[in-house]
Design a protein around this ligand. Sequence first.
Ligand SMILES: O=P(O)(O)OC[C@H]1O[C@H](O[C@H]2O[C@H](CO)[C@@H](O)[C@H](O)[C@H]2O)[C@H](O)[C@@H](O)[C@@H]1O
Ligand code: UDP
Length: 728
Amino acid sequence: MLLIAALMAIPLIDNMTTHWVTRDLNMRASVISTALSDSIAEAVQANRPQQLDPLFKRTLRDEKLMAIAICGADGEMLHRTEEFPATLDCNEAQTIAEHDARILLKQGTIHVAVRRLESERGGVANMILLHDMGFIERRSQTVRTYLVLIFAALGAVISITALLVAHLSWRNWVSSVKAILQGESLESRRAGAPELAPLQGDVRKMLRQLEDEHRRAHAIGDEWNAVRLRAMLKSDLRDEHLIVVSNREPYIHERHGTQVALVRPASGLVTALEPIMRACSGTWIAHGSGAADREQVDSHDHLLVPPHQPAYTLRRLWLSKADEVGYYSGFSNEGLWPLCHIAHVRPVFRQSDWECYKRVNRAFADAVVAEARSEDPLVLVQDFHLALAPRMIRERLPNATIISFWHIPWPNPESFGICPWREELLHGMLGSTILGFHTRFHCKNFMETVDRFLETRIEQEHSTVSFLGEQTLVESYPISIHWPSDEERAAWPSLAQCRNSLRDRLGVTPDHLVALGLDRFDYTKGIVERMQAVERLLEKHPEFIGRFTLVQVAAPTRGELTEYQTFRNRLEALASQINRRFTRGNYQPIHLIVEHQETEEVTSLYRAADICLVTSIHDGMNLVCKEFIAARDDEHGVLILSQFAGASRELSEALHINPYHVEETADTLLAAINMPRVEQRERMQSLRSIVREHNVYGWAGAMLADAARLRLRSRVQARVQSHRKRAN
Ligand SMILES: O=P(O)(O)OC[C@H]1O[C@H](O[C@H]2O[C@H](CO)[C@@H](O)[C@H](O)[C@H]2O)[C@H](O)[C@@H](O)[C@@H]1O
Ligand SMILES: O=c1ccn([C@@H]2O[C@H](COP(=O)(O)OP(=O)(O)O)[C@@H](O)[C@H]2O)c(=O)[nH]1
């Protein structure tokens, strides 16, 4: 560009130079003619022009003056110096001088000036002065060369400066892009490079649009199902092999005498994750806790499940009895479980349990690494048994996408702070890419806990925690259940069959009122408070004695722990006491079944009951209430739900209670018994549409959509960094 500009400037400069030089030569001609006028007039008058030769010779020493001639008044040439061109006469010289004063001869361009000379004695002559203009061309050439050189130097300086500026701007821009990708605020960076702000704005907008599209495409609210989840895994996550890791396994092989029995454990975690694994396939790593488990696996400890319709691989992990006791019963169930549930049970923390917990978490992390099929696997770490595993996996597989889900509540910082290894646990969890809780409230508690005990940067706006150069998205994903298909529903026994078979078993009439409680035998489930409410109902409304029964299924759980044994004894005693009080013939108000029920029986019980009672004193989510809703395709039945269960946030049409308020629960029981069928239907319809829409595929879909978004981010980030490296 600069060169072109220089070449364009040359004719202009030539013109100006010629103009200045012509003016200069005209002045010189006037000065010379004035100086010589007397001598010339005298010589002309004396008619001896030759006598001027010495004078002209001296004058011609000026290198630019080339020749001189003297013309008479009538235009004839009187005298001329040797160099004066023979072809140029006096009249022509006069004409040229009056026009542009230049003539091109074989010597080059010549300037022609004619000056009239008058002597005091009246003699008149014209003097012609020829100046060589070749020097102008030489000077013009020099000017051209300098001009090109100057412009070239200028160009070089500008280019180097531009390169420097571009380099600095690129670095600045790259780090800004990096900041955007990491979700940082741009305000401080903008202040440093205002000229880059629009560009940064564009990049930020582009990324947001990408993310929004992702969210829109996978928004919970559109109906989710297994097919859609599978399709999403395939399209958005390149069909990545899914690895789930949890303590509890989905299928347990138990030994019953000489027989091996397959048991589906009573666990909300298993209830939720099993359909996800059926839909997505992959590998589920879990503790092989069944007495006959080892006999069922191959040499890699693998087993295809479900046994009659294999869809995914179960990888069983073996633990020594001592490790199982220390890690599961000890640190997890005597320490973290009461720590996270407000159940007024004092957590127990033992150093030896902590050592087991660390060792077992390491074993699970090793198993994940062994099962990974790529450098950046998609790993779903489940629950409080494995708080350290995310960091341990991250150390071995830095590019893994680790989605951790905490299935139980997260307490406030004061409560959590009593744990002697609080920092280690938080450090472990923050190895996750995404950390999920059931509710926003649990997320908030977690963020506050992190803020209290670790040096991190928390961005509330983006729900992220940055720690040791890594970022964790802390988000709420309310877990749910598989919504039964028409085919599955068609296989269910009818409502009437379910009602009648239960009432037959109880030895009561078909119109007998039944409330159902179905839980693990856990002190967090509020079973004591539930029985007290039934007792209070019967005290206040004796008309229901003989007409109302609470059927309470309490599946044995964690029975090796004293706390659970004590609780069971207390509850059984309470049930007996209430039953003794209100027994009439065969009738007992509380029917306690301390036995694990298989899924089919559970569904049948849900369909048989008039009321489902979920009175947890604290519960992460509680899936029993959602299963009850799903089972009631007759759109009847009333759900009484504790306000301290995560599910109460979603299920607003349930009758909410505070389980500590026994009187209120008793009154709510009465309201449920008396609820008109129209109202039951309205409430149940609303509850059913919520659970159908927010099913477990939506839960997994939301997490996987976020994972896909973050994987995309880190790919863009990696690309920006590699560009930067190349630019450096
Ligand atoms: O495995 P166990 O020790 O026998 O205990 C059973 C499960 O209990 C807990 O379930 C929690 O997860 C549910 C699903 O998210 C949720 O609805 C419930 O509120 C929680 O209590 C525990 O978190 C699981 O790990 C256990 O497997
Ligand atoms: O005898 C029983 C008792 C419970 N459950 C199942 O155990 C799960 C309990 O999950 P929830 O989330 O309510 O609580 P958790 O026990 O996981 O704390 C539900 O799927 C129940 O159907 C079962 O299969 N058999």
